[in-house]
Design a protein around this ligand. Structure first.
Ligand SMILES: *[C@@H]1O[C@H](CO)[C@@H](O)[C@H](O)[C@H]1NC(C)=O
Ligand SMILES: *[C@@H]1O[C@H](CO)[C@@H](O)[C@H](O)[C@H]1NC(C)=O
Ligand SMILES: *[C@@H]1O[C@H](CO)[C@@H](O)[C@H](O)[C@H]1NC(C)=O
Ligand SMILES: *[C@@H]1O[C@H](CO)[C@@H](O)[C@H](O)[C@H]1NC(C)=O
Ligand SMILES: *[C@@H]1O[C@H](CO)[C@@H](O)[C@H](O)[C@H]1NC(C)=O
Ligand SMILES: *[C@@H]1O[C@H](CO)[C@@H](O)[C@H](O)[C@H]1NC(C)=O
Ligand SMILES: *[C@@H]1O[C@H](CO)[C@@H](O)[C@H](O)[C@H]1NC(C)=O
Ligand SMILES: *[C@@H]1O[C@H](CO)[C@@H](O)[C@H](O)[C@H]1NC(C)=O
Ligand SMILES: *[C@@H]1O[C@H](CO)[C@@H](O)[C@H](O)[C@H]1NC(C)=O
Ligand SMILES: *[C@@H]1O[C@H](CO)[C@@H](O)[C@H](O)[C@H]1NC(C)=O
Ligand SMILES: *[C@@H]1O[C@H](CO)[C@@H](O)[C@H](O)[C@H]1NC(C)=O
Ligand SMILES: *[C@@H]1O[C@H](CO)[C@@H](O)[C@H](O)[C@H]1NC(C)=O
Length: 754
C-alpha cells in the first residue's frame, strides 16, 4: 500500500504524462462547436470485483488538467483550464465524465485519461477533440462586385446568371455549394483572393425551370445545419400555359345564337402578372375581369359574350401579355372556335342567272341558298305557297338544294320559295317571281276595229314591242306597216278604201317569232258618213242649188245630177263634182259648217239632183231630190219674153213639142223609173230647223215653200237606226203649225213614181 501511495503521489505531482495514441490506448474522435460543450468519457470500472480504482487523471496534450484520488476522494483541477468554472466532473456516473463548456478555439486537443487500479494495470483512453469554428453567413456579389441581397436584377429567359457566393472564416474550411430550389447546381468552391474568405462562383443559364429561389450553403460540420443565404431570381417570363374554359352556357360545346355565355381564360407561368385581353375575330372585346387566383397560381379573366349567327366559326382568343417584356416574346394566347347554332336563313336565287325570267320549254333551275348551323336536314319548295312535289313525268326534280324543271311551261310563272329545317328551327324564304316568256300568239279576237283604230290582239310574255301589219284590198296594192304598239290607226293607211280590208298582223316580243299571223277581214263601210238627210233644192242667183245640213264625219260632199237620157229614156249621170267642206260654198257658223250649198246649174223637169256625204273611206248613198214645178217655173223666163225672142209659130210649135215632149217624157220617165236600177231615189222630208228657216227667211233671193214628203220605203238609201226624226215626222203637223211667209217659196219635193 505504501508503494502505491508513493506512486500515486508521484503521478499527481508529475505535470505531464506522455500518451501515444493507439499504443497506450484507444482514441475516440469527438467534435464540438466553438462556444458549445463537449463531454469526455473515461471508463473507470475495474475488470474484476476484487479490484478497485485508486486514481484517475485527465491530460490535455500530455499535460494533466484534472485528477481524482479515489482513496481519499479528493479531486484537483487546473485553475487555468477551469477558468470561469466551465469544467464539471462526475465521478459517480459510469463512465465517469469530464464536461467542458464554453469551448474555445484552443480547446481542440488530444485528451486522454489514465486510470490506476489496485490490482489491474493502468488503463489509458484517448479522446481527439475537434472544436468546430463556424464560418460567417454567405453573401453575394455580382459580376461587377456589387453585393446582391434578396433578389437579383431582372433577367430574361436564356440569360446566364453570374453570381459569387462568399464565406468568411470557418474551421475546418467550409464547403460552399449553390442550390436552385433543392437541387445542387454548383459545388465547386475555392479559396478567394481575399484572406480567410472562400467563394463559389455560379454560372447559370436561366430557364423557366431553374428560376426557383437560389441558395448558397456553407457547411464545415454535421453538428449544425449548413449556413444558408437565399436569393430570388427576377426572371421575366411570358405566360406558359394559357387556356380557355367555358364557365356557363355552353352545353355540348356549342352556343345557341343569342345565348349569353361566360368564358374564362387562365394564364400561368408569367412573371410579372400578365395583362389579359380578349379578341373575337381579331376584334378586341372590352368589359372583362382579371383576378389573381391563388389556388391556381394563375391569372384568370372572365368575359360575358352573346354570340350571334355572324359569330359562328369565329375565333375567340385570349391573349396574356407580359407588360415588361419586349414585343415578340411577351405574349401567349389560347383560342377557341365558336360553334354558334342557329335556325336556317334562306333565300332563293336563279341558278347562274340574275334575271327572273325564263323562256318557255327551257330548263329552270332555282337555288335555295341556306345558311344554317347545324346544316339544314331538309329543304322544301313552294310554288305560290303550295308545296312542290317531285314529278318525273313533268320533269320536276329536287336535287340537293336545287329545284329543277326540265321544260318550263308558261303556267309555271309565279312565286317560288323554299324552306329549310335544322334542329334549331325551320325558316321559309321570301318569294322569287319567275316569269316564263313565250312567243306571241293570236287571241280569239285576233284583229278588231274600234272606231278608226285597228287592234291586233296577241298574247305573249313579255308584251310585244313590234307589230307588222299587212293590209290587203281587192284591186289595190298591199300595204305593209310596222308599229310599236298593238294599234294601227287607219289614218296611217293610205286610201282609197274598199268596203272591207283584209288585215293581218304579227307581233314580235324578242323571244321567238309568231307562229301564225292574225288574219281578219274587217268591214269598214260603217266608217263612211251617213247619207245626208236634210237637203232641199232652191233656185237662187238664177241657178239651182242643193243645200244640205252637214253630216257628221263628212269631209266633202259629192253632188250629182241625173238627167233623163233622150236616147234610152233612162236617167243617166250628167255631172258629178265634189264639194269640199270649208270652201266658200259651205256656210259657216261659229266655224262649224251648218249648211252646205252646192250649185247645180239649170235643172229641167225630170232631173234629179243628188247629194252624198263623203270622207276618206268613201261616200254615202246619195240623197236624191227632184225640183218641184214651182221651182221649175220660177226658173222659167216669162212667156212674153219668149215671144220677143222667137218667132210665134216656132214658139207654138216648140210649145206643142214641149208639151208632147213633157207628156212623153213623163210617160217615159215612169217607164224608165220602173226599169232603172240606179240610183233608187228616196222620198225626202225636208225638215229645216228654226235657225235654217230663219236664215232662209232673211235671205231675200231665196224662194221656197216648205217641203214635206213621205218617206221612202227603200232601206238602201236610208239609215234605219239613225233617223228617228224622220220616222217621227208628221207632215200635217208641220203644215198646220208652220205657215211660210208670203215671199218665201219652199220646194215641195215629191217622190217620183215608185
Ligand atoms: C506526448 O508524449 C508522447 C511520448 O513522448 C509524444 O509522442 C507526443 O508528441 C506528446 N504530445 C504532445 C502534445 O507534446
Ligand atoms: C472548477 O471550478 C469551479 C468553480 O470554481 C468548481 O466548482 C469546480 O468543481 C471546478 N471543477 C473541478 C473539476 O474541480
Ligand atoms: C453524476 O452521475 C450520476 C449518475 O449518472 C448522477 O446521478 C449524478 O446526479 C451526477 N452528479 C452530478 C453532480 O451531476
Ligand atoms: C486528432 O484529430 C485531428 C483532426 O482530425 C488529427 O489531425 C490528429 O492527427 C488527431 N490526433 C491523434 C493523436 O490522433
Ligand atoms: C431582404 O429580405 C429581408 C427579409 O425578408 C428583409 O428584411 C430586407 O429588408 C430585404 N432587403 C432588401 C434590400 O430588400
Ligand atoms: C396547361 O394547363 C392545363 C390545365 O390547366 C394542362 O392540361 C395542360 O397540359 C397545360 N399545358 C402546358 C403546355 O403546360
Ligand atoms: C400552370 O397551371 C397548371 C394547372 O393549373 C399547372 O399544371 C402548371 O404546372 C402550371 N404551369 C406553371 C408554369 O406554373
Ligand atoms: C386575324 O389576324 C390574323 C393576323 O393578322 C389573320 O391571319 C387572320 O386571318 C385574322 N382573322 C380574321 C378572322 O380576320
Ligand atoms: C367582374 O367582377 C365584378 C365584381 O368583382 C362581378 O360583379 C362581375 O360579375 C364579374 N364579371 C365576370 C364576367 O366575372
Ligand atoms: C365553319 O367551319 C367548318 C369547319 O372548319 C366549316 O366546315 C364550315 O363551312 C364553316 N362555316 C362557316 C359559316 O364558315
Ligand atoms: C356545332 O354544334 C352542332 C350541334 O351540336 C354540331 O352538330 C356541329 O357538328 C358542330 N359543328 C362543329 C364545326 O363542331
Ligand atoms: C311578285 O309577284 C307578286 C304577285 O304577283 C307581287 O305582289 C310582287 O310585288 C312581285 N314581287 C316582285 C319583286 O316583283
Amino acid at each position: 500500500m505504501r508503494v502505491f501511495g508513493a506512486l500515486i503521489f508521484l503521478l499527481i505531482i508529475s505535470p505531464a504524462f506522455a500518451f501515444v495514441a493507439g499504443a497506450d490506448g484507444p482514441v475516440l474522435f469527438q467534435e464540438a462547436l466553438e462556444n458549445g460543450k463537449s463531454t469526455l468519457n473515461c471508463d473507470t470500472s475495474p475488470d474484476t470485483a476484487e479490484d478497485e480504482i485508486m486514481l484517475l487523471v485527465w491530460y490535455k496534450d500530455n499535460e494533466s488538467i484534472y485528477s481524482y484520488d479515489a482513496r481519499v476522494g479528493t479531486e484537483w483541477c487546473n485553475i487555468g483550464f477551469n477558468a470561469s468554472g466551465r469544467v464539471i466532473a462526475n465521478m459517480s456516473s459510469n463512465p465517469t465524465t469530464l464536461t467542458i463548456s464554453a469551448l474555445r478555439d484552443d480547446d481542440q486537443a488530444l485528451y486522454h485519461c489514465r486510470v490506476e487500479f489496485l490490482l489491474s494495470p493502468t488503463r489509458n483512453i484517448g479522446v481527439n477533440l475537434t472544436v468546430i469554428v463556424l464560418p460567417s453567413e454567405p453573401f453575394f456579389l455580382d459580376e461587377l462586385g456589387n453585393t446582391v441581397t434578396n433578389k437579383t436584377r431582372p433577367y430574361y429567359e436564356g440569360d446566364t446568371l453570374v453570381l459569387t457566393c462568399l464565406v468568411i472564416g470557418g474551421r475546418p474550411p467550409p464547403k460552399i455549394t449553390w442550390y436552385s430550389g433543392d437541387t445542387l447546381v454548383d459545388a465547386t468552391y475555392s479559396v478567394s483572393d481575399i484572406p480567410n474568405v472562400r467563394q463559389n462562383e455560379l454560372y447559370l443559364p436561366l430557364t423557366r425551370d431553374n428560376a426557383d429561389t437560389l441558395s448558397c450553403r456553407a457547411s464545415n460540420t454535421h453538428l449544425v445545419k449548413p449556413l444558408k443565404a437565399n436569393l430570388q431570381i427576377e426572371l421575366y417570363l411570358p405566360a406558359n400555359n394559357v387556356s380557355i374554359e367555358w364557365i356557363q352556357g355552353n352545353a355540348n360545346g356549342n352556343i345557341r345564337s343569342g345565348d349569353t355565355v361566360i368564358v374564362q381564360c387562365i394564364a400561368n407561368g408569367s412573371h410579372p402578372i400578365p395583362d389579359i385581353t380578349w379578341f373575337l375575330n381579331n376584334k378586341s372585346l372590352s368589359h372583362h375581369n382579371q383576378t389573381w387566383n391563388e389556388n391556381l397560381q394563375a391569372v384568370t379573366s372572365r368575359i360575358i359574350i352573346t354570340p350571334t349567327r355572324a359569330d359562328n366559326n369565329a375565333t375567340l382568343k385570349c391573349v396574356a401579355k407580359n407588360p415588361v417584356m419586349p414585343t415578340g416574346r411577351n405574349s401567349k394566347s389560347a383560342a377557341v372556335s365558336l360553334n354558334v347554332t342557329f335556325g336556317p336563313v334562306v333565300h332563293v336565287t336563279r341558278f347562274e342567272d340574275e334575271k327572273n325570267d325564263v323562256i318557255e320549254l327551257d330548263i329552270l333551275i332555282l337555288k335555295c341558298n341556306v345558311e344554317a348551323n347545324p346544316p339544314a336536314s331538309k329543304i322544301f319548295w313552294y310554288y305560290n305557297d303550295k308545296e312542290i312535289k317531285e314529278d318525273g313525268i313533268r320533269g320536276i326534280r329536287v336535287s340537293s338544294n336545287d329545284l329543277i324543271i326540265d321544260e318550263v311551261r308558261r303556267s309555271d310563272s309565279g312565286q317560288y320559295s323554299c324552306a329549310a329545317r335544322n334542329n334549331v328551327g325551320e325558316t321559309k324564304s321570301g318569294p322569287i317571281n319567275i316569269s316564263v316568256f313565250y312567243p306571241p300568239a293570236c287571241t280569239k279576237s285576233s284583229v278588231i276595229l274600234k272606231k278608226e283604230i285597228l287592234i291586233c290582239n296577241v298574247k305573249s310574255l313579255p308584251p310585244p314591242d313590234t307589230y307588222f301589219w299587212h293590209i290587203n284590198q281587192a284591186d289595190y296594192d298591199a300595204q305593209h306597216l310596222t308599229t310599236g304598239s298593238n294599234i294601227l290607226s287607219l289614218e296611217q293607211v293610205a286610201g282609197p278604201f274598199s268596203d272591207s280590208l283584209n288585215v293581218s298582223c304579227e307581233a314580235d316580243n324578242g323571244i321567238a317569232s309568231q307562229d301564225k299571223s292574225c288574219n281578219r277581214i274587217i268591214s269598214i263601210g260603217h266608217l263612211k258618213p251617213k247619207q245626208p238627210q236634210q237637203c232641199d233644192l232652191a233656185f237662187e242667183y238664177k241657178e239651182f242649188q242643193i243645200r244640205c245640213l252637214p253630216v257628221e264625219n263628212a269631209s266633202y260632199y259629192e253632188l250629182s245630177l241625173w238627167r233623163l237620157s233622150t236616147t234610152n229614156t233612162s236617167l243617166v249621170l250628167e255631172q258629178k263634182r265634189s264639194l269640199e267642206v270649208g270652201n266658200s260654198l259651205a256656210l259657216m257658223q261659229n266655224e262649224e259648217p251648218w249648211l252646205v250649198r252646192g250649185e247645180l246649174g239649170l235643172l229641167k223637169a225630170g232631173d234629179e239632183a243628188g247629194a252624198a256625204a263623203c270622207n276618206r273611206y268613201g261616200c254615202s248613198a246619195a240623197l236624191l231630190l227632184r225640183p218641184t214645178d214651182g221651182l221649175l217655173s220660177a226658173a222659167m223666163p216669162p212667156w212674153w219674153k219668149f215671144f220677143m225672142v222667137k218667132d210665134i209659130g216656132i214658139s207654138i210649135g216648140v210649145l206643142l213639142l214641149v208639151v208632147m215632149f213633157v207628156c212623153s217624157t213623163m210617160l217615159a220617165v215612169r217607164l224608165a223609173r220602173r226599169s232603172r236600177t240606179k240610183p233608187v231615189p228616196v222620198i225626202q222630208v225636208l225638215q229645216l230647223d228654226d235657225v235654217t228657216r230663219d236664215y232662209l227667211s232673211r235671205t231675200s233671193d231665196i224662194h221656197g215653200i216648205p217641203s214635206c214628203s213621205l218617206r221612202s220605203n227603200s232601206s238602201d238609201y236610208s239609215d234605219d237606226g239613225d233617223s228617228p226624226t224622220f220616222a217621227d215626222c208628221h207632215c200635217p203637223r208641220i203644215q198646220q203649225d208652220w205657215i211660210p211667209p208670203p215671199d218665201v217659196t219652199l220646194t215641195l219635193q215629191r217622190e217620183s213614181a215608185v
